[in-house]
Write a protein that binds this ligand. Sequence first.
Ligand code: PEP
Ligand code: MG
Length: 539
Amino acid sequence: MIRADVAGLAYRGRTASIGFARGPFIRLRAGENAARTAGSPSDEARALRDAIAASSEQIAKLAAAAGGEAAQILEFQVALLEDDDFLDPILAGISEGAPADAAWSSMLDEQIADYNAASDEYLQARSSDLADLRDRVLRILRGAEKQAPRIPSGAVICADDLPPSHFLEIDWSGGGGLALLRGSPTSHVAMLARARGIPMVVQLGALPNAAMALLDGESAMLELDPSAEQIALFERRREAHRKSRASARAILRRPGAIWRGERIKLLINIQRVEDLDHTDAQYADGIGLMRTEFLLSAPDGMPDEETQYRTYDAVLRWADKRPVTIRTFDAGGDKPIAGFTPQGEANPFLGVRGLRLCLARPDVFKVQLRALARAAVRGNLKVMFPMVTVPTELEAARALFGDVVADLQGAGISALLPELGIMVEVPAAAMAIADFRSSFFSIGSNDLAQYLLACDRSNGALDALVDPLHPSVLELIARTAEHGARAGLPVSLCGDMASDPRCIPALLHCGLRELSVNASALAQIKQTIDRISHGGADG
Ligand code: PEP
Ligand code: MG
């Protein structure tokens, strides 16, 4: 809690999705249903299988109605329900006499605890998907029909955390927002909220009950039982936000962003082909970063060459003549991949990750390089390597890529070596930038700041310290931009600071003329550049 006003209490959390909601404050609590009375082991095993079948059907219906990314998230749950390795230990418990609900929940509780104990936020966030699955099957096993909570239209919904399927069951057509006591901006539900424009604030801590709430996703504030004065201020902020969004979208349709007479290229970051469905994506100058490591967490395991080729080809076809920069797998650190990233490293952020891992695993890396070499003939493709520390790593990757292209061409398959570049995100690479034989550079300010400031980027307790505007970060950005200008090589920045309007003046003054941003930030960043070029304080 940050303030106790005469009439209303205000709380600050972390923004997960920008936007404003004013409405009744509704708390959702996980329902406790009575345990079931156990039958024979075979009855219990049948009851579990029936509950699983019913749950799969419910989830499949939700996925079909939701489509897109939401469907992918729910498919993860269906895949788990169909996985024998997952179900076998539960059925073994039942055969030893455990009631179906107890066997099911103790196994799920164990897995949820493992995910919660994980040090990175991404894995912690996956625990709410498992909790959702646990509760859905339990409700059916315990005979409690799913009771969709009655939620008034436009309500600010408060929960400890919220699983994606509950989010999808709520009717958001009348607006509303989400205030979570825990939760994470990187969770699946946060992704859904952003995609649907539902304001969401997480990590609010303990909250009292209240009748009415104001949720401001821009400043990460929740105000409970607000005074008339608080409401008036909130409405002013909401109106300013609405006007700013409308004018930003109008600017998006105009030709490119210009600052001091120079064209500023605005590209987008994507993870999947579906990200190109965002309505603003079409206005981008190209794709500045495709994070391919997310392809590795597909429910059916590592994608083969053909699957990867089709994915890269789809992105190139979408882009037409515009440039597409695809980054090779950047697994490890905050993005562990079972069966690929090393287990038990004491410090995975400083471990065998990014290009280091790919060079150590040519079996996996060559499949990706083959798919990329084949895609390179289809459009304006550039390939970049993540977490490069020294020039020999780039040269090793180039040599491997060259061999792959020669093999493909030798077999009569059309393939090309695309332009190769590096991410500048390890301070050592930024400081020795002139030593790299790279055709272009893309600054990964998220990792650059993490390593320069010695702050784990996924540790919420260090939010204030991991500041991308720290002079040390800006100095390395400026050095990289200067090197690019001197050598006539393009330099862009694809870390999160490019999507943050507050960072834009500093980035332009550092010499950057190419930024790669989240599609949802494209309009606002273009508007910010427009403002500062038309007499804004930082112009
Ligand atoms: C970065 O580090 O800034 C970056 C763009 O890569 P990622 O966030 O995927 O590590
Ligand atoms: Mg990075």
